[in-house]
Design a protein around this ligand. Structure first.
Ligand SMILES: Cc1cc2nc3c(=O)[nH]c(=O)nc-3n(C[C@H](O)[C@H](O)[C@H](O)COP(=O)(O)O)c2cc1C
Length: 135
């Protein structure tokens, strides 16, 4: 099974989750500035909301996909909303790439909110989630 992990993280919260997921599935977490260079069965894509949307770098990454992607597993950290799935889903729909119902999301520290998140428990949960996805 071919897997890839890509993420965008301004402050490092989503990067932590990306690295936990990548380690769990035996690959490397790369930023969305690195385009997919081969077909993949599963793309784990991590992002966070900034003012009710994902960053343009995430959008550009999705638009530029020119390989076959079996399915996308969204993961995200956020201070308020539940996840970024709805923001990326519509972009993948335009490319006929399915985004799985299953996703991983947890709180990410933002100003006075959610200090220390993601924490060790979040990283453990992310790793367990990713292992289940590929099992
Ligand atoms: C400029 C800015 C805008 C944000 N807007 C939102 C938002 O609209 N909804 C939300 O739930 N969290 C929002 N957050 C919180 C971040 O999504 C959260 O802290 C996330 O974990 C950041 O991930 P990162 O460290 O990987 O960049 C915002 C954070 C910043 C810095």
């Amino acid at each position: 099974m071919k897997l890839a992990v890509r993420y965008y993280s301004k402050g490092g919260n989503t990067k932590k989750i990306a690295e936990a997921i990548a380690k769990a599935v035996g690959t490397e977490a790369k930023t969305v500035t690195e385009p997919l260079d081969e077909d993949v069965d599963i793309l784990f894509l991590g992002s966070a909301p900034y003012a009710f949307d994902v960053d343009d770098e995430v959008k550009n990454f999705i638009s530029s996909i020119n390989v076959s992607v079996g399915k996308v597993i969204n993961f995200s950290t956020a201070a308020v909303i539940r996840s970024t799935r709805k923001y990326v889903e519509k972009l993948f729909a335009e490319k006929n790439i399915p985004v799985a119902e299953e996703e991983f999301s947890c709180r990410g520290a933002f100003t006075v909110l959610h200090k220390g998140r993601p924490n060790e428990d979040d990283l453990k949960s992310a790793a367990e989630f990713a292992k289940k996805i590929i099992s």
